[in-house]
Design a protein around this ligand. Sequence first.
Ligand code: DC
Length: 224
Amino acid sequence: MTNTSSLIIAIDGPSASGKGTVARRLAAHLGFAYLDTGLLYRAVGLGVLRAGEGLDDPAAAARAAGRLDPASVLTLGDDPDIRSDTASVAASKVAAVPEVRAFLLKFQQDFGAKPPGGKKGAVLDGRDIGTVIAPQAPVKIYVTASTATRADRRYRELQDRGENVTEAAVLADLQARDARDSNRATAPARPADDAIMLDTTNMTADEAFAQALAVVQGKLPHLR
Ligand code: DC
């Protein structure tokens, strides 16, 4: 039976805004389940590439979404390629396909309604959690940072992964993804009207987490 009293915290924002760190730390602090919904789109994008099909083929993307095994979704992060630049570009392309989004919608909503491990709530991070997946979420935070800061963070992350990239290429890539994610017709990335904005440009990860926790506790004072 669906646990309709599960609390959902929606964390949205563009890539390298710091939303993943904020969301993960909030979930750990509150004892909530955590879902990085970008991993779902990344897995679909990699699925298309691994099938030798084209990222511009919506039917191939829909087929790759259909092959995702809900039981393995919690371990998608273990795939060594899932955080690669190739996977993020592929994700952003397949994420524009309405059939892909429709396929992933139910999984995300089920996760929020019935968090694994019997947890009392779930933190979901993505682009459309507050607007489409969980518009009823009592807490919505939209995490942003300047484009230059995000590109710098992403560049360092890719360097740490040993990827051979230039800062200029990372910036161009990020801008192309931002444009694709915010201009697509289905569930474009944007803050919900009732989202609280959190700009992490000049914040450390600790500061961003502290501010996000203060937002959560402001909305849900019983959470510590
Ligand atoms: O958060 P991320 O960088 O891992 O996301 C990868 C891509 O997936 C991103 O460019 C847009 C897409 N995405 C989406 O459209 N909706 C979500 N809820 C999460 C990610």
